[in-house]
Design a protein around this ligand. Sequence first.
Ligand code: CUK
Ligand code: CUA
Length: 655
Amino acid sequence: MSDEKLEQAGLSRRSFLGTAAASGAGIAGAGLLGLAGCSKTEGDKAASGAAPAAKSESASGAMTSHIGPGELDQYYGFLSGGQSGEIRLVGVPSMRELMRIPVFNMDGATGWGRTNESLRILNENNTPETNKFLKDQGLRCLPNGDLHHPHLSFTDGTYDGRYAYANDKANNRVCRIDLNVMKTDKIVDIPNVSGVHGLRPQRYPKTGYIFANGEHIIPVEGYGTWEDPKTWNAVYTAIDGETMDIAWQVLVDGNLDNGDADYQGKYSFSTCYNSERALTVQGASANEQDWVVVFNLAAIEEAIKNGQYKEVKGVKMVDGRAEANSPFTRYIPVPNSPHGCNASPDGKYIMLNGKLSPTVTVLDVSKLDDLFAGKIQPRDVVVAEPELGLGPLHTAFDGRGNAYTTLFIDSQMCKWNIEKAIEAYQNKDKKVEYIVQKLDVHYQPGHNHSTMGETKEADGKWLVSLNKFSKDRFLNAGPLKPECDQLIDISGDEMKLVHDNPTFAEPHDMCLVAASKVNPSKTWDRQRDAWFWKDAEEQAQKDGVDLMKAAKVVREGNKVRVYMTAVAPSFSVPNFEVNQDDEVTVYVTNVETIEDLTHGFTLEGYGLAMEIGPQQTSSITFKATQPGVHWFYCQWFCHALHMEMSGQMIVKPKR
Ligand code: CUK
Ligand code: CUA
């Protein structure tokens, strides 16, 4: 509904939002705000009584989110699962969820966090501290994670379709997804940091480094003592995106929130909202200005090469604190508690989103050489600071010179023109209008993301607003409400909201990738993907078993290894016998060669289930503590006789 129509009804949209925010959304507000999203169902039309707004909007030629039966989406969305710890793959513009990729979580359908293969990936790069923690707690793996920032690997400033990476803020980890099979293939546990939050891959010449921000200050070994928080620090980590080894770390002042990398391969950036080194909200918001830290990659690499670093818990660390006056970093003051950090697709600018300040600070990347050379002052790098509205958090781009900034407090998306904002900053007494449009979103947006918008191929078609609150937007689901992801058409002069959908806890970020950039396989590849089941393969060779033809039970003391294949509708080992308290490992290889023929292995009464995709091997180990007859069955519907795809494990009781 247009502002004009709301005004005719004696109401302004702002007063509506204000009411909704203050009262938890009144009924009348709910109905009208629902319309503002223009989801054009018969129900909406009925609720509004008349639907002229809906008709005129579709007549104006806006793109549609509707993807009919059998049609395919044009983009993949890699959506963060937040505190669910997973990544979700969605199709855009339909916003349909295509798949869930378990990462920093445990998943009952696929056995992630329970199969031997997933446990190896989850634990193989743990720090000694994490291993001790797991042992002390009696855990096989960390059961949770907080995944905020999924980003794909780059070559020459655009996606190359190899990998996705993401952070775990809860347990200081970074993961990698192999895009061939859409499975997690590496997880690295980072020492010397707390709260790994911002994460970005290097764009140029390629990925390259993965930059990971430690958000929280801690006493770093050799620098701080736990008694005095003023000696605590945050640490910036660069991970080698190919090997997933930690390349180096930089000790910084203040904290590190969100980051990005340039398009030139020279610098990377991170916002800091806690220059105060405070431990409370009030403390961290005290200063009028915080900063962005700029990292000089060549200077850091040079020092690492020349041995000018300290080794802290096995990682090479350089000192990039302001007082160290190092060649590694520069600190550029930015108004109050900046949050998001976004490079424009033309490679020229870095946007720092003000959060507590209504501004976005624009850095000119071409001025950074002079800054590091000491020829200019830090604030000389700033070329614009447009005032956009309340609570700017993140900015996306359309590749046509416009930026789109989420306004958390205003519950709006603000479209603004970058060159106009620069002009306004340079001519302070001239009135230059840089704001193009503000669009209401529902409600309180955090991240936004545009199609291909973090690459040099930004195509300006769609924008997704990831809103934190959904309130009245959907059927009431009880006290815990879903989040609300909204799809906005940005292909024309005006932004148009075309679709919204609920999401579960809690998408922070998303990247929107042209479907042509990602080409996952239809089945697993026994050669290429052998990394996944390499331990099973090694053991099978020792036992003289060919995984692809296996039907064998191997006993070695109280260890029993059961090798079987799965071909619809049967397992090659229909039953096996073990003694109570034996340690049993079941290896299942799915030898199907056709697409979409996944089998499963569920063992009744043992809390075990796993996925075995076509041409995949999965294995699981457990102690046969429960005597009796335990059926196992395939839990993935695979055949007309799927119900019959089962067998029995007989556990003979101890006398
Ligand atoms: S943060 Cu969530 S809204 Cu973790 Cu990228 Cu800004
Ligand atoms: Cu195999 Cu169901």
